[in-house]
Design a protein around this ligand. Sequence first.
Ligand SMILES: NC(=O)c1ccc[n+]([C@@H]2O[C@H](COP(=O)([O-])OP(=O)(O)OC[C@H]3O[C@@H](n4cnc5c(N)ncnc54)[C@H](OP(=O)(O)O)[C@@H]3O)[C@@H](O)[C@H]2O)c1
Length: 328
Amino acid sequence: MGFLYSQLFVRPPYPTRSFDGETVLVTGANVGLGLEAARHIVRLGAAKVILGVRNVAAGEAAKEEIEKSTGRPDICEVWEVDLASHSSTLNFGDRISQLPRLDAAILNAALATPTFQLAEGYERTITVNVINTLLLGLLILPRLKATGLEKTPGSSAHSQPRLSFVVSEVHGWVAFPEWEMTATPMRELSDPTRAKMAERYELSKLLEVLLVQELAGHVRGSTDVIVNMLNPGLCHSALARDSGWQLRAMKLVLARSTEVGSRTLVAGITTGLEGHGTYMTDGIVSNNSLSPFVRSGQGQQAREVLWKELSMILEKTRPGIMQSVSNL
Ligand SMILES: NC(=O)c1ccc[n+]([C@@H]2O[C@H](COP(=O)([O-])OP(=O)(O)OC[C@H]3O[C@@H](n4cnc5c(N)ncnc54)[C@H](OP(=O)(O)O)[C@@H]3O)[C@@H](O)[C@H]2O)c1
């Protein structure tokens, strides 16, 4: 009911907060919600907006479109990243870490596909939406934190950096029994003989929610980086282009434009300290909108199992990376 009410009657407020002088990263910014969020951030005065895309030509077209609609040239930079690849994600994260400053990042890129395929030894949706999205978050956290410790030029204020993950209400539409069956549920979900691809996207968003909550617990907020999760609501976009008529029919009746959905993405990177570790929907913090499983003791246990497995995978990918989280 909450979902229907929100889709039919609620519109998140139009973003107005200034990003003057800030550097912001948006992944998956060539289309859909990422493109609209980047457009808002450029319009609101950001000094630099990195469009993290896997298709550079599509990224350049998005940059041109943003420049035309905002009248602000040379703010966007198109940087390549393929989240299906560890090495591409590592190169991109390392490049981001070299930026003179990074005030905020919206990790928005994701895929939804009914086709089973492996990427880096795990089912591709899990690799892109969960493993490498978290890897990228961990890689850029030190740069975000350092920006928070520096004074904002021309003022005595310090920036309050933000790391936002784009999740979805569909995290509550799926069960995750694998967390109790094995110490390595993501490995289990990557078995082609057992993978239920019809619900894989929803499950990937549930895993992302659980892991971002755990990450926020490690980062702690306060003077550090605000870590949060954003739900844009059901929107018209290219996502789930391969899905069946049911979703297409639901979108026809209920979906928002990507511009309206992107307002929650922009709100996510303007929230105050009280937003740390929270879930935002319709542009406001709403932890009660998290699924009953996520809020339960079992959800807490599932988080810990997943975090251990993620740590093992990421330590193999970039030795020492989990230690850097404990030092944050
Ligand atoms: N649309 C909705 O109703 C809805 C609802 C709730 C949450 N969300 C979330 O919102 C976010 C954006 O979705 P959207 O609706 O805007 O979808 P979209 O239009 O399909 O955009 C997804 C973006 O992710 C990029 N991407 C996919 N695989 C990638 C990879 N391996 N490496 C790097 N980038 C990759 C895509 O690049 P290409 O263009 O090259 O494919 C595209 O830029 C997602 O996290 C999604 O889960 C969407």
